[in-house]
Write a protein that binds this ligand. Sequence first.
Ligand code: ZN
Length: 287
Amino acid sequence: MAGLFDSLRARRPRVDKVATPALPSDHWVKCSGCGNAIYRASFLENRKVCEKCSHHHRMSARERLELLADPGSFEEWDAGLVSVDPLGFGQDYLDKLKSDRERTGLSDGLLSGACTLDGIPVALGIMDFGFRGGSMGSVVGEKVVRVLERAAERRIPALLVTCSGGARMQEGMLSLMQMGRTCAAVRRLNRVPAPFLVIMTDPTTAGVAASFAALGDVILAEPGAIIGFSGRRVVEQTIRQKLPPGFQSSEFYLEHGFLDRVVPRSELKDTVTAILGMLAVPAEVGR
Ligand SMILES: [Zn+2]
């Protein structure tokens, strides 16, 4: 028997191992919607939307700015506003803020400024989930208020792109106060009147979903975005009922009248400019 195996082994054709050139892993990204590998270059070209399942992946504030604003039109506001540690959480929190500042290139979780969209002047604010989960503390709240106030002063539309896990835990009550402050600023903008547009992106939850984000004259959202106040499990445990499928998705919110439209990312800028074109009051008429 041993002889038979030896002869089989001897006859086995020798295949020289050819090293398959390993593609550097940073050339591929895994879609968090369908799990497929997507070539990074086409993923970025497709604005981070999966070409196989259309899952809309998160974008940074700078990527969003590039998607929406006319090239070269953006003038940043309040880049020097940085969070402190008012409740004394300590060095660990300060280190996290520092590393988020370095990683995102933002002073806090919101990038804001003046820009034009297809030539229409707009006061713009974009939240970045990469900075402490897009959480709203005093700085984010203050920057949102300033976007709305400057829009009111200039009688131009305000556009806020939301992406947030809610209030910033490390600022406690000071974070929660931002809900009231931002809502009051929306009211002042409404009195001008100047249009206020919101684009909800994944995720828009808790203190942001329950304050200024819900007050847009027009509220748009990206497909499949999670929108809601508390997480699904918390709601189920509280009301002791099973929630319907798709609960807290942008499609569910549209169906139930909280949103005006769910807009794919590829159509976002055209849709926003079309709406602004209809709502914007020419300066000479507004006065
Ligand atoms: Zn996919």
